[in-house]
Ligand binder design. Sequence first.
Ligand code: IMP
Length: 550
Amino acid sequence: MAQKYLDPSTALEHLKSYPTRDGLSVEELMDERLHGGLTYNDFLMLPGKIDFGAQEVITETRITRNVVLKTPFLSSPMDTVTEGEMAISMALLGGIGVIHHNQSPAAQAAMVRAVKRHENGFINDPVVFSPTHLVEDVLDVKERLGFSGIPITDTGSLGGKLLGIVTNRDVQFASPATPLSEVMTTDLVTAPEGITLLEANEILRVSKKGKLPLVDKTGRLTSLLARSDLLKNQTYPLASKRPESKQLYAAAAIGTRPHDRDRLALLVEAGLDIVVLDSSQGNSIFQVEMIRWIKATYPKVEVIAGNVVTREQAASLIAAGADGLRVGMGSGSICITQEVMAVGRPQATAVYAVAQFASQFGVPVIADGGIGNVGHIVKALALGAGAVMMGGLLAGTTEAPGEYFYHEGKRVKAYRGMGSIEAMEQGKPVPPSAKVNGVNQKPGHKDSNRQKKEQIHANAATARYFSESSAVKVAQGVSGDVQDKGSVKAFLPYLYAGLQHSFQDMGIKSVDELQSGVKAGSVRFELRTASAQVEGGVHGLNSYTKRLYA
Ligand code: IMP
């Protein structure tokens, strides 16, 4: 007997006879009694319908009560991930870099200031020398940093009176021991601070100089402009800027000890917008008191509290006044917390539980740790996160602190947990060869009082793990290296474009639409068995190359 089929033209109509859509709702996915705690790799999103281009997708999200970014990307406050250069690049590209606090308050404040003062094209922390520096110092900078156009001020630093400039030509044939006072060019073309990039560009064009120092009314050096930078000058339409001042947003981490209040004062003076209270277990009386104090003392500074992974932890910090929450305990790529402490939570479950609770109070959450690819970012956003925070994924970029080196034939950069023994110990002494302005300082350069103060302040990594008073330091992180990822200026646009394509596959045009679709049950999920995970990865090939973007 011939089988009787339904009329194909009624397929869409027929769908309505099903009680639910294909796949699982978020509540079904996150039923812990059935599936336990989940990580990002344990599930997938089901596709929707494409009726728009990927470039139409808007990734704008709220990361704290009052800060909205065009892309949901944050970099971790770790000493191998975020210093000034990373923070500036992240903000230019639409995210935010949180400057770490495993350094002196003065050094951290200088990085905040550099972010706030950054204007695309102007170098606000140039290498500066004094007339008593030697030709060999210039040659050293040239070898390590690749340039030799260096302004000379009476103090040897930015803010000093501009006396001259040295360029490659000045030092080319001079003996290395010659003081710069004897070779520097004193016939200077300068520009007043505050001029626009366009005006500065014109001066450089007419003068045919390679570098243009900018000075204030009294002739003190305020920044520098390089012809080579102008030539490659890009625009950043997604840049994270304060709406009123148009300055880049600056964020930095601090601890919750009494002297962190002094640190915060310096950071606020430097222009800080967002402070991240950096603790691996955020639900402590210290943090609750710190949030209250900051909200009372600096009402304009947004406070991101954490880390938390449960509703109960989140409730304490929300009640204290947190403007955002950082979620994750044990999910980081360098992290051994779950193994050693037996405390933590699988990240997907943690993000969902905290975001669902916090959203009722208008407090956004940041999914921190365990982000290894674009798909993880999409899943974190679907589970309610306003943004993701990445350490390992960014540590191999040019803008992360540290130099590249070769390990087993691969070009790598060091990446270490802030709870690794190495990071906790490095917090203590500031080595005499510490770098200022990217230049090694000679021993005895710093006065000993300042150095002592820095030693007290800089021990931040131990505090994150409540280890400072323990006789034995128990590590919660490891130290290793990650592969070269090139510039964050290419890598972040890849993450952004990847996100847009993923949203397009789901038939979703914005983060808001994604999150309301998840709530309403129209965005669907699927659990992945162990073999489904194998199937979802590359398999069955003899060998292959994995290039992520071009
Ligand atoms: P990743 O992006 O997976 O590499 O994780 C980065 C995150 O790990 C950071 O933002 C911190 O929340 C967390 N983290 C940093 N250092 C440590 C550590 O030593 N142990 C545990 N977690 C850490």
